[in-house]
Design a protein around this ligand. Sequence first.
Ligand code: ASP
Length: 330
Amino acid sequence: MSTPALPDARRVRILAAGGTIAMTGQAGATPQLDAAGLVAALPSLAGRAGLSAETLMNKPSAHLTLGDMLLICKAARDAARRGIGVVVTHGTDTLEETAMLCDVIHDAEAPIVFTGAIRTATAAGADGPANIMDAVSVAASEHAAGMGVLVVFGGEIHHARCARKTDTTSLVAFSSPQTGPLGRVTEGHASIWSRVPRNPPLDPHDIDRRVVIVPTTAGDDGSLARAALSADPDGVVIGTLGAGHLAPALLELWAEAAQRIPIIAYCRPERGVVLTGTYGYAGSEQDLRDTNIIPVGFLSPQAARIKLLACLASGLSIEETRWAFSQDDG
Ligand code: ASP
């Protein structure tokens, strides 16, 4: 009997990078399964026409370097450029960052889908196999074409620009605080009910730049900001309170730095925007928008950092960086 083709015409390539999905053992789990091992655990996928698998590396998230992340993303993008749908299996701890980087460089139609697992491959009720099955069906789906990079986890479909790991142990570990999921996978079919606009792609050669995230808190006296700037970063992603508010002295400090290096401002709440004209007190969003600081209320701080690394490494000026982030000031 011939093996059935994938649901849609698109070929799919699984690229394994590591994470819990590849780990075995209950206590003291470490990455053991390569791409072939992941596929072998899924009899309905193994030997399926149009499916291939490759091991890129086998690392936990905390061991991945910026170079590793770019290598994973370029391998995925290069397959997508050949019209192949891609599934990247990855540790969940930093999956959102590699997925974001991949979305920044993805310039083709074929879907790239990131997934992983919360439970190891040998745990009771391991979720990795179901997540791979769902991710393969999304990567093969024509409905997902042109959407950029997606995260498929726990039966939900998220966009890489919105997805965050919001639970350390739940099988639905990812959510999209800004938008909610874009769709779901049921009975091997992807249902997609909303889309996120794509950004113009960048193509950095490397992303080895220094970008730090500096949050802010009540009563912030600027000592963390001064320490960050004294380390001479290439750019900084700064937290703002509410809808883009800072203590006046802190805003002054960042505004001065924003004349020299890109300073990207996110909102501390997980959902929302940097406002434009609601408040008028010193340090409010109106003052922030009068500076050279670039507001990106739509992105998480970790997603904004990844995009800024790519902008810097692509040689973008501060004004070009503002343009690259313009769709993220939602
Ligand atoms: N807990 C992580 C995972 O789910 C470990 C990692 O990110 O590598 O994969």
